[in-house]
Design a protein around this ligand. Structure first.
Ligand SMILES: C[S@@+](CC[C@H](N)C(=O)[O-])C[C@H]1O[C@@H](n2cnc3c(N)ncnc32)[C@H](O)[C@@H]1O
Length: 258
């Protein structure tokens, strides 16, 4: 028999807001992972890629946190500085951080564990895919997206996390009165965020323009780098109106607000 292997079908890849990087962890990240992932990282089943989320997995806050509380999500937790500071200040909320880069999740785990934050959970997946396939419509009180990757080249702008499709998804996942807080140090991305979000009928710019910097956000490496380069940090907050009629779910056509 000849050894010509049948090529495996290539996994279909959506346009995603991140690049696949090495999952190699340093010694301290490995220690964090071994000691703490069972307690703080939610093991989600994937589709074709390791950061995707398989549909059909129930989202059960009572099973995850052992209680029902307002749900806050962070997309792109990085090393976890903002997650630890904000969740630590708000023990009354259930805080779920999505991050695709495993070594960063491991660093965040160390900080979360040292702070003993029982209201935090982390998931090593694409947060957009998690919104699409796991988080129920109308269920989230607050979504945080701080310093998303800027994707500078015009041909890469389609990879920016803030785009019309993600905005529709976020709006559908927010409960009435829920909010999306964004921050960036890149002026053209800040303008793009406003172009995408200001015109939406299902979201309202809470400040009619730029929002104040939230006191609870620590100065992360990315914010510091922007400031050091002389760039202005732009914050934005959008609400889903409290009296909004339920927007159609862009994924499965169900109504939000359940
Ligand atoms: C520029 S860093 C900012 C990290 C953190 N928010 C901060 O301010 O320090 C962006 C992070 O988002 C992560 N990321 C990008 N797209 C993501 C997605 N769709 N889901 C989850 N994490 C994502 C990247 O791996 C990276 O760690």
């Amino acid at each position: 028999m000849t050894g010509t292997a049948t090529p495996l079908p290539r996994a279909h890849r959506d346009v995603v807001s991140f690049v696949r990087r090495s999952t190699r962890m340093n010694a301290s990240q490995l220690r964090n992972w071994e000691a703490h992932h069972a307690a703080w990282v939610i093991p989600l089943a994937h589709r074709a890629t390791s950061t995707s989320v398989a549909p059909g997995q129930p989202f059960d806050p009572a099973a995850i946190w052992g209680r029902t509380a307002p749900l806050w999500l962070e997309i792109g937790t990085g090393n976890g500085e903002a997650c630890v500071a904000i969740a630590g200040r708000h023990p009354e909320v259930d805080y779920l951080g999505f991050e695709v880069f495993k070594p960063a999740v491991a660093s965040a785990l160390g900080m979360v564990a040292r702070a003993g934050l029982t209201n935090v959970r982390l998931a090593e997946v694409d947060g957009v895919d998690a919104l699409r396939h796991w988080i129920p419509a109308g269920s989230v009180a607050r979504i945080l997206t701080f310093f998303p990757d800027p994707w500078h080249k015009a041909r890469h702008h389609k990879r920016r996390l803030v785009n019309p499709a993600t905005a529709a998804l976020v709006a559908s996942r927010l409960r009435p009165g829920g909010s999306w807080h964004l921050a960036t140090d890149w002026p053209d991305y800040a303008e793009q965020m406003r172009e995408v979000l200001d015109g939406r009928r299902d979201l309202v710019n809470a400040y009619g323009g730029w929002a104040p910097r939230p006191e609870a956000r620590p100065l992360t490496r990315f914010e510091q780098r922007g400031l050091a380069a002389g760039r202005q940090i732009r914050d934005l907050v959008y609400h889903r109106p409290a009296d909004s009629t339920d927007p159609a779910d862009p994924v499965d056509g169900h109504r939000a607000g359940r």
